[in-house]
Design a protein. Structure first.
Length: 191
């Protein structure tokens, strides 16, 4: 039996109404995503109190050979601008599709809820960061390609200037791997 057009319109109206009043609206979920942590607190020489203030209480802490070791677990989320932009897109898609976008938007926001990160931070006897080891989520410490390119350009320019001033100075510019502290410093400057 084929449903009547009246029944289909009524079903569509019910779907739109249900989507409009869903408690987990995609636009709302986008604004409630975790915030972006300032990873510059993981820079060498940063005070332990600053690390804890930004990343929260460590999930594990111990003392090894006179040094303190903390393990932090957190979600690296999104900036306020990114969250607002996502909410705006979800809202516009909701209006354009009469609320049917929620079928796609809610699962998308549930999946894109930030990156799980775990780091082990070693402090010296003055309780300042000595080293950082990434246990999980190392992609949040990778430099974007544009930032890496810009950094190489600046290093090359500095190298040319140093060579002109000191022709005997052997300065090498390389594309060596960037350590966590350098990436954290760059992350802090971009904000």
């Amino acid at each position: 039996m084929v449903p009547s057009p009246y029944t289909l319109k009524r079903l569509a109206l019910h779907l739109v109404a249900a989507a409009a009043f869903m408690p987990g609206c995609a636009a709302v979920k986008a604004t409630q995503q975790p915030g972006k942590k300032d990873l510059s607190v993981l820079s060498k020489g940063m005070a332990r109190t600053h690390v804890i203030a930004e990343l929260g209480a460590p999930v594990w802490s111990d003392e090894r050979d006179g040094d303190i070791v903390d393990v932090f677990a957190f979600k690296q989320g999104y900036t306020k601008g990114v969250k607002a932009g996502r909410a705006l897109i979800h809202g516009a898609a909701d209006v354009a599709t009469f609320g049917l976008w929620e079928v796609v938007g809610i699962p998308a926001e549930s999946l894109a809820d930030g990156t799980d990160v775990r780091v082990e931070v070693h402090y010296d006897n003055r309780q300042v960061v000595r080293s950082v080891e990434v246990i999980k989520g190392d992609k949040v410490f990778e430099q974007p390609k544009l930032a890496a390119w810009w950094q190489r350009q600046r290093a090359a320019k500095a190298h040319r200037g140093a060579t002109a001033e000191q022709p005997d100075d052997d300065v090498a510019v390389s594309d060596a791997a960037v350590n966590v502290a350098d990436v954290a410093d760059e992350e802090g400057r971009r904000r």
